[in-house]
Design a protein around this ligand. Sequence first.
Ligand SMILES: Cc1cc2nc3c(=O)[nH]c(=O)nc-3n(C[C@H](O)[C@H](O)[C@H](O)COP(=O)(O)OP(=O)(O)OC[C@H]3O[C@@H](n4cnc5c(N)ncnc54)[C@H](O)[C@@H]3O)c2cc1C
Length: 176
Amino acid sequence: MASELAPRPWSLAPGCARAHWRNCWTPSGDQIGRLAVDQALRVRGVPDVYATGDIARAYADDDRLALMSCQHALTMGRFAGYNTARDLLGLPLRAYRQPRYVTCLDLGSWGAVFTTGWDRQVEMTRGEAKQLKRQINCQRIYPPTGDRAAILAAAALDAGSGDKSLQDEIRTYFGE
Ligand SMILES: Cc1cc2nc3c(=O)[nH]c(=O)nc-3n(C[C@H](O)[C@H](O)[C@H](O)COP(=O)(O)OP(=O)(O)OC[C@H]3O[C@@H](n4cnc5c(N)ncnc54)[C@H](O)[C@@H]3O)c2cc1C
């Protein structure tokens, strides 16, 4: 009955519960339990289901797989939601792309290190980077609540892109 009532397609984002979900289909999982998806984030072999975040083995660019990280989960979630809705409406889908990558590593009382790029160029250290780390952990990883316009704006695929200043880069990575 549930399958008759469920709208199709739908998005799957169970995070660390991936092993259970993988067992539902087993079409295309990798050695750490992620489901292979195509560029639109559709599960390979199960085209009515979009996977996002930790459960999805998705390419962020031509060569790099998305990591199990907030940074990738947030952006993939936008794409999966967008494509699920577009699919329901019969509209063209958009390929998930996230070529830019940052890290912000907390090093305790010393401070933190913020890097950009997959080769991890150091951009910020110590107190300044620590402040950013706190901002990320306490604010940026949480979606807005309450205000409908703010929620929809945060879901926009291109939110924050286009400007190259460091603060804008950071905003881009976290989709602001
Ligand atoms: C201890 C720890 C520290 C981390 N630190 C960092 C960090 O510093 N930086 C970073 O980028 N990443 C970090 N990560 C990774 C990051 O948290 C994940 O990559 C990210 O949360 C993945 O998002 P997601 O939406 O895919 O999954 P999740 O955030 O795990 O969300 C999945 C949701 O689905 C729900 N769910 C599961 N099964 C079902 C079900 N059957 N029915 C309904 N709901 C279900 C879960 O309850 C959960 O709310 C950390 C992870 C851990 C565990």
